[in-house]
Design a protein. Sequence first.
Lengths: 284, 270
Amino acid sequence: MSSIFAKRRARLLAMKAIRDSYVPGDQLVACPKCGGESQRKDVAGNLSVCPLCGYHFPIGAYYRLSTILDPGSFRELNEKLPAADPLSFPGYREKQRLAQRKTGLTEAAVTATGTIGGRKCVAGVLDSRFFMGSMSAAVGEKITLAIEYAAKNKLPLILFSASGGARMQEGILSLMQMAKTSAALARFSEKGLLYISVLTDPTTGGVTASFASLGDIILAEPGALIGFAGPRVIQQTIGETLPEGFQRAEYQEEHGFVDAVVPRGELRETLSRLLRLHEKGGRP
Amino acid sequence: MSRLTAAERVAAARHPQRPNITDTIGALFTDFFEQKGDRLCREDPAILGGIALYHGRPVTVIGTRKGKTAEESIRCNFGMPGPEGYRKALRLMRQAEKFRRPVLTFIDTSGAYPGLEAEARGQGEAIARNLMEMSRLTVPVIAVITGEGNSGGALALGVADRVLMLENAVYAILSPEGFASILWKDAARHAEACDLMKLTAPDLLALGIVDDVVPEPEGGAHLAPELVFQELDRALSRHLAALLKESGGSLAEKRYQKFRKMGVPPKEES
């Protein structure tokens, strides 16, 4: 019976998700935005959103998937794709091992198939705990393989971005992943398939300037920083203070780069609805 | 062939008298007609583009523009384009496809402009769109890194069938100063960064990022621009002739595969 495997998969994702939902602090969790303290269980029970002000804490990739996919539908893609060191950069292998030990991830992207409201899709998530979710060759390759898998199986694609931008230690190969992922999306799009890009805090640099900005539908979590150049660099360049709310999700919505700002608690339902709305278009 | 260190090459690539896009157009093309504007909101002088004849054949030429005098440099924002520049470039590339003209791009930029207005108008979206659309063009596309090729701001004109590089040009994820500042919080360590970043033409040729290197005189292209242009012309003619033999579909397919291969883990590891 496939339900046995489904239950096993559900348990597996739940176990990985527990590790990923960790919010710093002991019994009390301090919110970096409002400064208010909440019970850990109240934050955890609220999808890692501050119960006082609605601040969205960063969350790990498996936890994200567990909040979106139907229980038992999770099946990871290319789980074993290894981290790379294409420039033989001094000290990089050691740093990768540290990050792997700390997060339980092999790299900054997790990709999977699953269902949302019973509708099958391919989902990819960048995890900001692993080198700030930066674009490495492995991240670019995993995302590209996910795009190609979705194209081949005529499935809708959902990518959650959270990225500090380029992976410095992989230099020019990090840059080339922008071209690779964008080119893969061009082919995917030509097949008449749906790609939903979800921007979470922070989405910057090379990820913004490639797959994150190319969704048919672009959603963003409230308060997420979204931009190409980081605010510090811009401030240095122009030599003046940046306006309140600059580059936040709401600002990007106002400037025409985001279809909707969706709180984490409504994301699953919104995605389910969008998949439903594209049902014919997504399955020619 | 010169034997400069990586840091010396960065200096040569940034030399104020290094041949720029205006010099390149003057030396290699005839009958250049400049096309301005993104048809959305403005003209960005940091990118120069238009139609020209290359050995009698109409082509679309697009390049980032650095000035040689202070006044020129300010006018073209020191070669740092905004989203309008990239959108103009895309408009010209689509038009090139419509009229079946090859696209030749010349890249010399310290990066896309990190400014407030550039962000407000979607710098990231503009670059992403170019990467996506360039990958599907059905006309020959050749990109030449002539000076500095930094970040997504350079790649936005660089998704090409052939990527050529002048010998002392550099191509990287960002400037060595920026790299050192992000990685070590110390921009002063930029020379060290230059050595680690693999940003020189020989390094990038070995990594398969660029396809051909155009020789420069010892010390840099500014010392004998006419010689560099002769070499560049020879390389461009050769690559363009080969690409013109291919069908549009085959060009797009091979271009896709070229970038698809970059950063694929070696077989024994996967």
